[in-house]
Design a binder for this molecule. Structure first.
Ligand SMILES: [Zn+2]
Length: 57
């Protein structure tokens, strides 16, 4: 029985994650990416600081 790598609960046979948990994770990753892109574009120079405190993805 596999455990969800995102929430740690049982994800069922041959599975390592829930679809919902993965989707939420992706949303967070893409949200962080959007902040990076915005910071690079110079839209908000303060975004860089929040990214640094975000830690490794
Ligand atoms: Zn899960």
């Amino acid at each position: 029985m596999g455990k969800c790598k995102y929430c740690g609960k049982s994800a069922g046979l041959f599975r390592n994650e829930h679809k919902e948990c993965e989707a939420e994770h992706n949303l967070r990753v893409y949200g962080a990416l959007n902040e990076v892109i915005a910071a690079i574009k110079g839209a908000k120079s303060f975004g860089v600081i929040s990214i640094l405190s975000f830690g490794p993805l």
